[in-house]
Design a protein around this ligand. Structure first.
Ligand code: G3P
Length: 218
C-alpha cells in the first residue's frame, strides 16, 4: 500500500518524507488556499517545491471545467516536473480529458469520486488513480470503506490498471480498514500517518527497557 500525504504544507511533507514511508503527495485547491498559496504563478512554484521534496506522485489539480481548458492547464502542470500527476474532476469533460491525457502519456488522478459507477468511468478512460472520498461519504451516513472495497473488487474483475487511491481519510482506523480491503494507496493528513505509531504499551515498554538498562549500567 502506498502512502501519500494529503496537504500542501511543506514542513508536513518534509516530516513525512523524513520518516521514509512517503510515496507521494495529493493537494487540492482547498489545501493550497489553506496554506495561503494563491495565484497561478505561486501555485506552480509551490508544486515545484513539493516535487523537490518527494521522489514521485505529486497530484496537481486543474481548475478549468471545460475539456480544452483542462487539457491546456494539465499540459502546463505536467511540464513543471515529471513527478506531477494531473488531478481531474469526475465530470463528463473530465472523463474526456482523462482519455486524452492518457493518450499523451500524462498521468492522471480522477478526483471527487463518490460511487462505483464513477470509478468504472474513470478506469475506462484510463485514469492512473481514482480518488473516492471516503470521509465525506461517512459524513453523510454512507459507508466510505465499503465503497473502497467495491471499487477494488470491480477493478480486480477486469484487471483495470487504475489504482484505488483512498482519499478524505480522517483517522487511523480509516487507513487500516483501507489496507484490509486492498486500497492501492491511502492519502491522509500527517496526523494519521504519525497516529499509526501510537500505542501506550510501546511507550511504557520502552521506558522500562531504558530504566532497566540505566540501572544495570550505573
Ligand atoms: O484527498 C481529498 C481530501 O483532501 C478531502 O479531505 O477531509 O476535506 O474530506 P476532506
Amino acid at each position: 500500500m502506498k502512502f501519500f500525504i494529503d496537504t500542501a504544507n511543506l514542513s508536513e511533507i518534509r516530516e513525512a518524507h523524513e520518516m521514509g514511508v512517503l510515496d507521494g503527495v495529493t493537494t487540492n485547491p482547498s489545501l493550497m488556499a489553506k496554506e495561503g498559496i494563491t495565484g497561478a504563478e505561486n501555485i506552480r512554484n509551490h508544486y515545484k517545491a513539493i516535487c523537490d521534496i518527494v521522489e514521485n506522485n505529486v497530484s496537481a489539480e486543474v481548475i478549468a471545467t471545460d475539456f480544452e481548458g483542462m487539457m491546456k492547464e494539465g499540459r502546463e502542470l505536467a511540464k513543471i516536473d515529471d513527478k506531477i500527476v494531473v488531478k481531474v474532476p469526475m465530470i463528463k469533460e473530465g472523463v474526456k480529458a482523462l482519455k486524452a491525457f492518457n493518450a499523451e502519456g500524462i498521468r492522471t488522478n480522477c478526483t471527487l469520486v463518490f460511487n462505483a459507477g464513477q470509478a468504472i468511468l474513470a478506469a475506462k478512460a484510463g485514469a492512473n488513480y481514482v480518488s473516492p472520498f471516503l470521509g465525506r461519504l461517512d459524513d453523510v451516513s454512507t459507508d466510505g470503506v465499503a465503497l473502497i472495497e467495491q471499487i477494488v473488487n470491480i477493478y480486480d474483475n477486469y484487471n483495470f490498471s487504475t489504482e484505488v487511491l483512498a482519499a478524505s481519510i480522517r483517522h487511523v482506523m480509516h487507513l487500516i480498514q483501507c489496507a484490509e480491503v486492498g486500497a492501492d494507496v491511502a492519502t491522509c493528513p500527517l496526523a494519521v500517518i504519525t497516529g499509526l505509531l501510537k500505542h501506550p504499551l510501546t511507550d511504557i515498554g520502552l521506558e522500562k527497557f531504558l530504566s532497566d538498562y540505566h540501572k544495570g549500567n550505573k
